[in-house]
Design a protein around this ligand. Structure first.
Ligand SMILES: Cc1cc2nc3c(=O)[nH]c(=O)nc-3n(C[C@H](O)[C@H](O)[C@H](O)COP(=O)(O)OP(=O)(O)OC[C@H]3O[C@@H](n4cnc5c(N)ncnc54)[C@H](O)[C@@H]3O)c2cc1C
Length: 486
């Protein structure tokens, strides 16, 4: 990606009573007691082997707790996924989380612990919008302007600031908790920009800038989040220097998994959870013959898009159920394209890392740290484009990707070899991109993170640094500390 450090509705309601009633319809008590139990009344069960679940289990295991991770898939990592097999010459590509920046303290810390190297990735050097090829340096120097009304010279990101400057100044003066600023939670980015006189073009550009990072549209993003991102001045920009784990990001979850060994049970998808006087009981999906596993406590380290369909008895509090049901996510897709030569490095190319308004949105040389002559261009696309591409067959996704590349670099077809996509919203065990701050959701994170004993909660959506690997680990450590303190 692409991701916004300064970040980021559906409405229906899960009533506690209805969750309980439906659970007993599916699992009469006799079925529960007669099923195969691997009982342990001190065991901490952790659902999900993404970075949140892995880091939580790792820290508890080190502190002497009896942990077991139940993971639906056959591998660890969740939204950290490196593809290797499809490509020639041992090339690989990140189909999920990609960037680690210098402030990602938890990722940095564990990479160091596991001897993983983080290398900086190159910055954007080209722009292709409204059918125009523009060199980033020409934008930076003010020689060229963006073909969008109302933009200022010299930069790409942050074009909205001019229109919300008074809000930023007010927040700095009166504090971010002032009533007036907090009321922006009820307003979308699109509404606020319109209200402040921003031309349509600025809102459209925001779609390809921050809304792309957040995987959604300006109409679904909270204006509070936008203003706060500028107050903190930590926003993603064309100058943000980011890194990647040399050799593939999947090495980080794999390193955690190696330490945990057989304490991770793969192909163990959790279907429902029941509490009883002596602890908790987890029911696995049909493929596991309705088996049950017992423990003392549970950590849910799965996205709310999945959690909302797990039956839990007794149900969560009303406010937590509401947040689980309504937490906003966008749409996200990565497309990896293998070419027999790195034509993007030639003199007449617009660049090797290009910001676009094509269906590919961000498209860049991924294999920069890997030997050539072959190379991989990776697209990080999101929001409406990811959704549209996601509705197509794999063949058509790749056809459109190939055509878009040709528009950006006119000789790309001469070198084309292969393409593959990963649309996270169609992944059975994720069904989402990553969390974002939707309109009216300012209180969600605290509610989603709060323990309701014997239930504990981790996952990027429960983190201060949400929507990131760092946030996932932050949440896993927090949940492990909560358990240690009980
Ligand atoms: C395309 C994309 C690009 C991204 N780019 C970046 C980036 O550049 N930098 C960055 O820091 N972050 C990025 N992120 C975000 C980052 O990947 C996530 O924030 C983080 O990996 C989430 O970790 P997690 O442990 O919270 O959840 P996940 O990784 O989603 O882990 C949840 C796990 O639970 C399992 N599971 C689900 N349901 C069940 C069930 N019923 N029973 C058992 N197991 C279950 C899943 O299989 C999965 O393994 C990106 C994400 C995507 C999708």
């Amino acid at each position: 990606m692409a991701r916004n450090k300064a970040k980021l509705t559906r409405r229906s309601f899960l009533k506690k009573s209805s969750a309980t009633a439906s659970l007993f319809t599916v699992f009469p008590y006799s079925t529960l007691t007669s099923s195969l139990n691997i009982s342990d009344d001190k065991r901490i069960l952790i659902i999900g082997a993404g970075l949140a679940g892995l880091s939580c289990a790792y820290e508890l295991d080190r502190a002497g707790y009896n942990v077991m991770i139940l993971e639906a898939k056959s591998h660890p990592g969740g939204r950290v996924r490196t593809y290797r097999d499809p490509f020639a010459d041992n090339l690989y590509a990140e189909m999920g989380a990609e960037y680690v920046d210098s402030s990602d303290e938890h990722v940095q810390k564990y990479c160091k612990k596991f001897n993983l190297t983080i290398l900086p990735a190159k910055q954007y050097d080209g722009i292709y919008v409204r059918n125009k090829h523009i060199y980033m340096n020409d934008i930076r120097s003010g020689m060229t302007s963006l073909p969008f009304d109302g933009t200022i010279k010299g930069k790409l990101f942050g074009q909205e600031v001019k229109y919300i400057q008074e809000w930023i100044d007010f927040a700095k003066k009166e504090g971010v908790n002032s009533k007036k600023i907090q009321a922006l939670d009820k307003v979308s980015v699109e509404q606020l920009l319109k209200q402040e006189g921003a031309p349509k073009d600025i809102i459209q550009l925001y779609t390809y800038l921050n809304a792309t990072e957040s995987t959604t549209t300006p109409s679904k993003m909270s204006a509070l989040s936008m203003v706060l991102s500028h107050v903190k001045t930590s926003g993603f920009s064309e100058n943000t220097v980011e890194g990647r784990i040399l050799g593939g990001n999947d090495q980080l979850p794999k390193a955690f998994a190696k330490k945990l060994g057989s304490k991770i049970k793969y192909n163990h998808a959790v279907k429902s959870v029941i509490t009883s006087s002596d602890g908790v009981e987890v029911h696995l999906s049909e493929q596991r013959d309705n088996r049950t596993i017992k423990g003392a406590k549970i950590v849910f380290a799965i996205p709310t898009s999945i959690l909302k369909n797990i039956k839990v008895d007794p149900g969560f509090s009303k406010e937590k159920s509401h947040s689980i049901q309504n937490q906003s996510y966008g749409h996200v897709m990565k497309i990896a394209m293998q070419f027999k030569q790195r034509f993007w490095d030639s003199n007449n190319s617009v660049g090797q890392r290009v910001f676009t308004d094509t269906p590919l949105r961000r498209v860049y040389h991924f294999s920069i740290d890997q030997p050539g002559p072959r190379g991989i261009l990776l697209s990080f696309t999101s929001g409406s484009d990811a959704r549209k591409l996601g509705g197509l067959s794999e063949k058509n996704r790749i056809k459109i990707s190939k055509e878009s590349c040709k528009n950006i670099w006119n000789n790309s077809n001469d070198f084309w070899e292969y393409g593959i996509s990963k649309y996270w919203n169609e992944d059975k065990w994720i069904k989402a991109s990553y969390s974002l701050k939707g309109v009216g959701q300012k209180g969600y994170r605290d509610i989603l993170a709060k323990a309701e004993k014997p239930f504990y909660f981790a996952g990027e959506h429960t983190a201060i640094n949400y929507a990131s690997m760092n946030g996932a680990i932050e949440s896993g450590i927090r949940a492990s500390n909560e358990i240690k303190m009980t």
